[in-house]
Design a protein around this ligand. Structure first.
Ligand SMILES: Cc1cc2nc3c(=O)[nH]c(=O)nc-3n(C[C@H](O)[C@H](O)[C@H](O)COP(=O)(O)OP(=O)(O)OC[C@H]3O[C@@H](n4cnc5c(N)ncnc54)[C@H](O)[C@@H]3O)c2cc1C
Length: 388
């Protein structure tokens, strides 16, 4: 047993660092250790998909280094340190050759990009961006290049398309999806976003499978199943993220889509919690900033002695496609229903109602974004407080 050991947070992304900040608001003394496989710099991940238009180097997006964070948090930050195992009986972490005891452990290990089958062969010609180091690597690979092919037309692919176009690059988007962001928005809204990105010069190949993806000259060539050939200087893979589960699985924690936690963010093993992109609470694995901030506040209270139950209001997401401003509240609370879209051009309001006519989600573009607050108030919470 290790009750005198520190509270250990694995991961220094927004989830890990924000939890540490929230804990410090409630307890300035408790021994706190953060461990991360990366360099421990504090940065805002959403800025990675707006950095090209602003010509920002990775170092310029970093807000604080690990040593500064350690000082500010009155904590120890172990960086470039991979946690390789968890001994739940002895409350010990394996860090390669050494061990670290914990009193309580929080997994804030995030998610990792899904990989295309050609990734190993293509090296830096095909990259993905999910952290500051990836962003730096992509910027370096992009030096002197003009044509980028983005594979994937989800939220992240669309944001990078807009940002790279605004940064003066030529962008082609290839995706098997029939329209942009189909998990989030209905087709007419997607068409409005696509039209505005096309006005900036984007070329889309949607509803296409990639038959081959090969190195060609300095860049890549893609053959699509509609017969087209796309040649680009650089490829960016944006085909989605998968929660990092291996540590939790190996330790025998219950996992589903993410690491399964209850409303107190406790995993299936005592003294171990999870939050952020890696966590799944009541079937919800929400890879956005607002849910992890809400989770960090709730978990800090629990860790500091006040048992606390997580609840989520509806939390719309601003999609960073300034060519066509877009805000989305996905209909997470409805089992079935339908979208209906009104408006003109790129000023659209799409509402998702269930079969009883209740509002569960929306997507707003252009001038209709102004209706966000009013409509958000009409939505049911994503995770309702348990009635007392
Ligand atoms: C380009 C981009 C733009 C985005 N824009 C938005 C937006 O506009 N709005 C929004 O709401 N959301 C946005 N998101 C999503 C949001 O940024 C994420 O939900 C959030 O940053 C996830 O934080 P996290 O701390 O859970 O994970 P991460 O930031 O991935 O952090 C995981 C941490 O765990 C560490 N780690 C992992 N495994 C180990 C191990 N075994 N040992 C030690 N350390 C380990 C990593 O080194 C890292 O420090 C965006 C995401 C991307 C990729």
């Amino acid at each position: 047993m290790s009750d005198n050991a520190p509270l250990v947070i694995v991961g220094t992304g927004l989830a890990g660092y924000n939890l540490a900040k929230e804990v410090r608001k409630l307890d300035s003394e408790r021994e706190l250790l953060l461990i991360t496989a990366d360099d421990g710099r504090f940065y805002s991940k959403p800025l990675l998909s707006t950095g090209f238009a602003k010509a920002k180097e990775a170092d310029e997006l970093a807000m604080q280094d690990a040593a500064t964070m350690a000082e500010q948090l009155n904590a120890e930050v172990l960086f470039h340190t991979q946690v390789t195992g968890i001994d739940v009986q002895r409350r010990m972490l394996q860090l390669g050759g050494t061990e670290q005891a914990y009193s309580e452990l929080v997994l804030a290990v995030g998610a990792e990009p899904r990989r295309l089958p050609w990734a190993d062969d293509l090296g830096d010609r095909l990259l993905s961006i999910n952290d500051l180091l990836d962003y730096g690597r992509f910027r370096t690979a992009l030096k002197g290049k003009r044509k980028v092919v983005i594979i994937g037309a989800g939220l992240i692919g669309c944001e990078f398309a807009n940002d790279l176009l605004a940064g003066g690059l030529e962008v082609t988007v290839v995706a098997s999806d029939p329209y942009l962001m189909p998990q989030l928005i209905p087709e007419p809204v997607a068409a409005a976003v696509q039209t505005q990105l096309e006005a900036l010069g984007a070329v889309f190949h949607l509803g296409c499978a990639i038959e081959s993806l090969e190195a060609a000259q300095e860049g890549v060539s893609l053959r699509l199943d509609d017969g087209s050939l796309v040649i680009a200087d650089q490829a960016l893979s944006a085909i989605g993220l998968a929660p990092r589960l291996s540590l939790a699985e190996q330790a025998g924690l219950q996992v589903g889509r993410g690491i399964v936690v209850d409303r107190g963010l406790a995993t299936s093993q005592p003294h171990i919690y999870a939050l952020g992109d890696c966590a799944e609470v009541q079937g919800l694995n929400l890879m956005y900033v607002m849910p992890l901030m809400t989770s960090a506040r709730a978990l800090a209270k629990t860790l500091c002695g006040t048992a606390n139950e997580l609840s989520y209001p509806a939390m719309p997401v601003m999609v960073k496609t300034p060519a066509c401003p877009l805000v989305v509240a996905p209909p997470l609370t409805a089992e079935s229903g339908h979208w209906s879209t009104t408006g003109e051009g790129s000023d659209l309001q799409a509402l998702f109602h269930d079969d009883q006519g209740r509002l569960h989600g929306f997507a707003l573009t252009g001038s209709k974004v102004a209706e966000k607050l009013k409509l958000t108030r009409e939505l049911p919470g994503w995770l309702l407080a348990t009635p007392s």
